[in-house]
Design a protein around this ligand. Structure first.
Ligand code: ATP
Ligand code: MG
Length: 356
């Protein structure tokens, strides 16, 4: 029997609702497989806790999490708490402390979902964006406000290290190779950002030498964004810096049918620390407590976790179960045009998983 210790942080708003469906899926996977057990511990690290205690998580929170095999995250955020608190005091410390330098986002149009790109099919929209998750434009390395210049001037630093750039680019090539993807597309902007991006591009060219079977193509970020809309079928794996990846993945979620279904993984590829899997949507206070949140993003995040653990077939099964519920269309939540509750849709997905 193989045991996995999972730390669960359901969070706020719809987070606990969709996490509950995730738990049902974990149980179903145990039954289906017969040889794995998910031991989970739930942590109430959320905005309610922050309002009561002044802290999103206890002082030794990271210490508590560090020995888990993975972290499942719901969503945090509440109207009474500024967004930067939940992000800066919970999500970012976890990503940084655990060296989750890969933000992995499948951009895959599921069967049964309509893309806003009306002429594109599930074959056309099926790729993965790998976003650098720890440095670059979001490195929080300071900046400067020059108030005494004739024109008020602000400088915001971006930090690209060789170490940080090499490891994300290498991961992207490795990922493409392992998943049998035929090419790598790289976001750049070396014509305008003439220090950081040529550095990034040079590292791509160096690392590429180790992967002769995977051609790579550099795209300026503006053109790349346009191609996401015009020819998504061009893409297999896309690697991007923190800022570019942030923008591209939101665009990617949009062409793949929206925010209620998109999952993400914050990966520590070496496995030195736990990786974290979460829906990309927030806590959606407007529908919290109504029992109508779409559980797909959370359940798909579990599929990413299974893939990370090496259970590729189980991971695939979860996505297929989601797809067959979407295709049948009579147990889908209101955001997808149905009238099922979160629990009804979750139960249906569980049934499909158990059917094998
Ligand atoms: P955050 O700042 O935490 O990202 P946000 O308000 O920007 O939060 P979300 O909370 O992700 O964004 O949600 C935006 C809107 O999308 C919500 O108000 C909600 O109506 C809808 N939404 C998001 N996730 C879901 C879901 N899982 N099921 C149904 N609707 C959702
Ligand atoms: Mg938001």
């Amino acid at each position: 029997m193989k045991y996995f210790n999972i730390a669960s942080i359901p969070g706020d708003g719809i987070g606990p609702d969709v996490m509950h469906e995730g738990y049902k899926v974990l149980k179903a996977l145990e039954n289906l497989h017969g040889g794995i057990v998910f031991e989970r511990n739930e942590f109430d690290w959320n905005c309610k806790r922050y309002l009561e205690t002044g802290k999103m998580m206890p002082d030794d929170g990271l210490e508590i999490l560090k020995d888990y095999d993975a972290i499942l995250f719901g969503a945090v955020g509440a109207p009474e708490v500024p967004d930067h608190i939940s992000v800066w005091e919970l999500i970012l410390p976890i990503r940084r402390a655990f060296q989750q330098y890969v933000n992995l986002r499948p951009i895959k149009l599921l069967k049964g979902i309509e893309s806003p790109l009306r002429y594109k099919s599930v074959e056309d929209i099926d790729f993965t964006v790998i976003r650098e998750n720890t440095e670059g434009e979001y490195s929080n390395s300071g900046g400067k406000l020059h108030e005494n210049t004739p024109h008020e001037t602000v400088i915001q630093n971006s930090v690209f290290t060789r170490y940080g750039t090499e490891r994300i680019v290498k991961y992207a090539f490795e990922y493409a190779k392992q998943k049998g993807r035929s090419k790598l597309s790289v976001a750049t902007k070396s014509n305008a950002m003439n220090y950081s991006m040529p550095f990034w591009d040079d590292i791509v060219r160096e690392i590429a030498k180790g992967y002769p079977s995977i051609p790579f193509h550099l795209y300026h970020i503006d053109a790349l964004a346009a191609f996401f809309v015009l020819k998504p079928e061009e893409f297999e794996v896309v690697v991007a810096s923190n800022l570019f990846g942030d923008i591209l993945t939101d665009l990617g979620a949009a062409i793949a049918g929206g925010i209620g279904i998109a999952p993400s993984g914050n990966i520590n590829p070496e496995g030195t620390y736990p990786s974290m899997f979460e829906p990309i949507h927030g806590s959606a206070p407007d529908i919290a407590g109504k029992g109508i949140a779409n559980p797909v993003a959370q359940i798909w995040s579990i599929s990413l976790m299974l893939d990370h653990f090496g259970y590729i077939d189980l991971a695939e099964k979860v996505v297929q179960a989601i797809e067959s519920v979407l295709v049948e269309g009579d147990n889908i939540t209101p955001d997808l045009g149905g009238n099922a509750s979160t629990a009804e849709m979750g139960d249906k997905i569980v049934n499909k998983i158990l059917e094998g």
